[in-house]
Structure formats: structure tokens, C-alpha cells
Design a protein around this ligand. Structure first.
Ligand SMILES: Cc1ncc(C[n+]2csc(CCOP(=O)(O)OP(=O)(O)O)c2C)c(N)n1
Ligand SMILES: [Mg+2]
Length: 335
């Protein structure tokens, strides 16, 4: 049984509330365009859309400092965008162009920006978790005051890397905010079909880590919980596990006939869509008019178009450079 859509007053200043709305819309429209471009063969390879889950990245990323570390999965377009990676560089990366944030080498699953402390984009389920623990260990040893936010799906919690990472983060008291994006499915496998313990917080608590369970379809709930969690991790220097309960509206990736779930289930979750429920709350509070929403949507559409134009105009890497950086050059050899 799905909980009723989030309602009630939005406890933020209008500017901040509109920022959250704009960011969710930027992720949504950018990805809708990516799906279209995929159909045209402009974007190739794997493409995992975050549509439906936007409240999680939006609420959580706004709770972090720019100096904090972020590690994400292959469903990371929104996290990269809100970390400040320009949409132009993201789109160029999707196209595989040299102007992309990973120089066209990574594609959709490997958006990366060391300067903005976005450490992937990782195609391996659970692959980001040990990286997050390593980053947090470095920060602890250096006394940097940073925390590391690590996003992963509930499917990653069946991986050994999850258990090893939680254990070491707890044992060594490392400042990691584990953000589980529980969208109920790992590709075609429903959580209850593959896990004996489906209360994810119980699993995390077994490591002695503090936990919280959050409505991931409600950007207000996500942001409030993430802010409190970030503060707790920063002050205590210890890990915390947050489960964001969410749902993806699209297929797992572009190759997925979706035989494992009913249309009716998807439609029911869509009634809890984070963009329209948040807009409705803002309208009810006289913080947003329909014309404001339409103007915002037009602005976002222009940003998306600029990103596509930039990617189209980008260059392919020269063939003779394709092997560069694949292996570390031997000392003394020319790269
Ligand atoms: C180690 C590993 N095993 C299997 C895969 C294939 N695979 C890609 S995505 C995925 C499902 C992961 O589900 P979840 O962690 O819930 O994230 P979601 O896709 O739902 O965001 C699987 C099994 C992989 N990429 N890496
Ligand atoms: Mg999942």
C-alpha cells in the first residue's frame, strides 16, 4: 500500500522552495531529452534514467557543502547536475564528445568531476561504497571536516561491498552519509524476491550505524532529513544510513521490457510524483502560480537546448588518442 501524496505547508522561504522545484525540473527535462536522443542514436550505450526519483538527489544535494565528497551510481545524472557540473558538459559526455565532463570516455554511467568532488558515476553495483569509505578515511586522517555522501540502490545492499563498507565505516568511525535510494527494484528483481530482510534500516543498524527512513518522493522530507543527517555525521564524525523510499517511473535502463511490475503499480506511484506534488503544495500556499511554473519550464527547456547544441558541436576524440590514459606510461617513456 502506497502512502498518500505528500501535502501540507512547505516550510521554506520562497526562493529556496523555487530552487528545489527548478532543480527537480532540470533533472527531469534533461533526462527526458536524453531518452529522446537515445531513440535517435545520438546517445548510445547504457542509459539509466532517474525520472521519478528527483526529490532524493535534489533534497540531499542541497544539504551538503560544496567541499563535501559525492559518490553515486550509474543513475547519477541528477547528482552530477546538482553538484554543479554544467548541463553542457553532462550532455557532451552522454554523446561521448571530448568536451564531456569525463572527456567522452565515461558516458552516462561515469560522470566525474574531481574539482567539484564528484567521484563518479560507477557502473558496478556497490562499487561506490568502498570508494566512499576510502575518501572518508582520508578526510578523517587529514582532519578536513568534509563528509562523504554515498548514493546507491537497495540492490547494492546484497553485495559484499556493502557489508565490508558499513563495517569499516562504523569500526573506524568515518564520516560517511550512506544514502540508499530504495526504488524497490534491482533491475527486474523486487526487493522481497531477493532479500530475507527487507527493512533496510535493520540491516544497517546491525553494524551499529544510526539510521533513518525517509519519504523519498517528498523533497521537503528528504531535505529536512538530509540536513539533520549531514549535521550529525559532521559533528559526530560517524557514519549514518538514510533510506530514501522512492520509485523509478521509467524502465531500469533503455533495454528493459518491464515484465516484472504491473502498469497499475507504476501509475499509482506516479500520483506521488515529486514535481507535481511539490508544485501543488507551493500553489496552495500562494508561492507559485501556473504561469510561474510555465516560465520556469521554458527556462529549463532553453538550458536543455543549449546543452544539446553544445554536445552536437563537440568533437570526437582523435583516433590516435584513444589509448591515451588507458595504461600508466612506464617511467621514462613518452605518453
Ligand atoms: C556487481 C554488479 N552486478 C550486477 C550488475 C548488473 N546490474 C546493473 S544495475 C543492477 C541493479 C541494481 O539495482 P539497485 O542497486 O537497486 O539500483 P537501481 O538500478 O534500482 O537504481 C544490476 C544487477 C552490475 N552492474 N554490477
Ligand atoms: Mg533499486
Amino acid at each position: 500500500m502506497i502512502a498518500p501524496p505528500p501535502s501540507g505547508p512547505v516550510p521554506y522561504a520562497r526562493d529556496f522552495a523555487l530552487r528545489l522545484l527548478a532543480d527537480m525540473l532540470r533533472i527531469r527535462r534533461m533526462e527526458e531529452k536524453c531518452a529522446e536522443l537515445y531513440g535517435q542514436g545520438k546517445i548510445r550505450g547504457f542509459l539509466h534514467l532517474y525520472i521519478g526519483e528527483e526529490a532524493v538527489a535534489t533534497g540531499a544535494m542541497h544539504a551538503l557543502n560544496a567541499a563535501d565528497n559525492v559518490v553515486a551510481t550509474y543513475r547519477e545524472h541528477g547528482h552530477a547536475l546538482l553538484r554543479g557540473v554544467p548541463m553542457t558538459a553532462i550532455m557532451a559526455e552522454m554523446f561521448g564528445k571530448r568536451e564531456g565532463c569525463s572527456r567522452g570516455r565515461g558516458g552516462s554511467m561515469h560522470l566525474f568531476d574531481a574539482q567539484r568532488r564528484l567521484f563518479g558515476g560507477n557502473a558496478i553495483v556497490g562499487g561506490g561504497l568502498p570508494l566512499a569509505v576510502g575518501l572518508a578515511l582520508a578526510d578523517k586522517l587529514q582532519g578536513s571536516g568534509r563528509i562523504t555522501a554515498c548514493f546507491f540502490g537497495e540492490g547494492a545492499m546484497a553485495e559484499g561491498a556493502f557489508h565490508e563498507s558499513m563495517n569499516l565505516a562504523a569500526l573506524w568511525r568515518l564520516p560517511v552519509l550512506f544514502c540508499c535510494e530504495n526504488n524497490l527494484y534491482a533491475m527486474g528483481t523486487a526487493l522481497a524476491r531477493s532479500e530475507s530482510q527487507i527493512d533496510l534500516c535493520v540491516k544497517a543498524a546491525a553494524f551499529g550505524v544510526a539510521t533513518c527512513k525517509v519519504d523519498g518522493m517528498d523533497v521537503v522530507a528528504v531535505h529536512d532529513a538530509a540536513k539533520a543527517a549531514v549535521e550529525q555525521v559532521r559533528e559526530s564524525g560517524e557514519p549514518l544510513f538514510a533510506e530514501f523510499q522512492t520509485y523509478r517511473f521509467r524502465a531500469h535502463s533503455m533495454f528493459d521490457p518491464e515484465l516484472y511490475r504491473d502498469r497499475a503499480e507504476v501509475e499509482e506511484w506516479k500520483t506521488r510524483g515529486p514535481i507535481h506534488t511539490f508544485s501543488a503544495r507551493l500553489k496552495a500556499q500562494d508561492m507559485l502560480r501556473e504561469e510561474d511554473f510555465l516560465a520556469l519550464d521554458r527556462e529549463v527547456a532553453e538550458e536543455v537546448q543549449r546543452a544539446v547544441d553544445f554536445a552536437e558541436a563537440g568533437e570526437w576524440e582523435a583516433v590516435e588518442d584513444l589509448c591515451r590514459d588507458v595504461h600508466t606510461p612506464r617511467a621514462g617513456s613518452t605518453p
